[in-house]
Design a protein around this ligand. Structure first.
Ligand code: SD4
Length: 335
């Protein structure tokens, strides 16, 4: 299908679902529905949409192309995130990721689809594409999460190759870090970090994925939020989806992505829901100036939102045929 038609069909499809009830008599309910319809008309939201954390335009482009070629939202996400996992220069995802304090690159990733199915790997070494392994966990095992050596052996049994994920550049950075061994999560790494990606295909099917090498120089065995359902990622096909980047410990404590989806269910826009989830962290954490968390979200209509604690967080959105980097709002205006 040609690109323009692809976008147009999808947009009509999504509005079509909402039009029916607005033709009802003019009572209170129908007034509300009329205003909801007006919001849709006013908003530039169309389907399909791909949104990701950070400046990852090659990843969103790949995912968008997959959607155009008829791939499912989930397969588009796996292909898109796979671009960054395979980029040895990126030090936050896949090969080239910065190691833990013992020099091991350990990866966390998860996927969630429109049926509420979920699969994850945590603390997995030597496999370049944890997000694809997470999908295999979801589809091929009776479990939802595999860790460490078990995850690695499972990946190999599914045809994934073992590779050395520690590049010379990341080894050098680790050796330099060892001179002081001071552990301080970095607030924004060169506009690039963990990739959380959400996509809605032209039929309105929502899926999400999240992939990371976790925090640089973490303790051996440390697992962050990225692969944990409800924290690093949550998808509800009736409502929308959310994903996170930043200090996983804080996202885990507030179950951030689930919170955002539930706030959207209660009527908040994706933007309002992301802002509320950041405020929930700030409320309980006086040292919020020392770390970053950023959220992105999308609702069923294809409207997107994003918010972070600090300036410097970026998102990439492919929508209406345009692949754009956007710097979202942030809480800490003093910074
Ligand atoms: C983690 N949330 O492992 C990940 C790391 C990250 O920006 O997103 N850094 O805690």
């Amino acid at each position: 299908m040609k690109r323009r038609k692809f976008i147009q069909n999808a947009a009509l499809g999504s509005v079509g679902v909402t039009l029916g009830p607005t033709a009802m008599a003019c009572n209170e309910t129908s007034k509300k529905e009329f205003s909801a319809l007006k919001d849709i008309e006013d908003s530039k939201a169309t389907l399909p949409v791909v949104i990701a954390t950070w400046n990852v335009h090659k990843a969103t482009e790949k995912a968008w192309k997959e959607l155009e070629n008829g791939a499912s939202a989930l397969d588009a996400i796996i292909a898109g995130c796979g671009v960054e996992e395979a980029d040895a220069k990126g030090q936050t995802v896949g090969i080239g990721g910065l190691p833990d304090r013992e020099g091991r690159v350990t990866l966390d990733a998860c996927v969630m689809n429109e049926k509420g199915e979920y699969g994850a790997v945590v603390c997995m070494e030597n496999i370049m594409h944890p997000i694809a392994v997470a999908k295999k966990v979801m589809e091929e095992t009776p479990h939802v999460m595999l860790a460490g050596k078990g995850a690695e052996d499972f990946a190999v049994s599914q045809g994934f190759k073992r590779v050395n994920l520690l590049t010379d550049a990341s080894k050098k950075a680790w050796e330099e870090w060892k001179l002081t061994s001071e552990y301080q999560p970095i607030i924004n790494i060169e506009n690039h970090d963990t990739i959380g990606m959400l996509a809605i295909d032209k039929n309105g099917t929502i899926s999400g994925g999240c992939t990371t090498s976790g925090l640089a120089y973490k303790m051996a065995g440390r697992v962050g939020d990225s692969a944990i359902i409800g924290s690093g990622l949550f998808v509800d096909n009736e409502v929308g989806a959310a994903t996170a980047t930043g200090l996983g410990e804080e996202v885990l404590k507030t179950v951030g992505s689930f919170l955002i989806v539930e706030l959207m269910r209660q009527g908040k826009s994706p933007q309002e829901a992301c802002e509320e989830a950041i405020k929930r962290i700030i409320k309980n954490t006086p040292n919020f100036e020392d770390f970053q968390v950023g959220y992105i979200a999308v609702n069923k209509k294809g409207e997107t939102g994003a918010y972070a604690i600090h300036q410097g967080f970026w998102t990439t959105t492919y929508q209406n045929g345009k692949n754009e980097n956007v710097q979202p709002g942030f809480y800490n205006k003093k910074g």
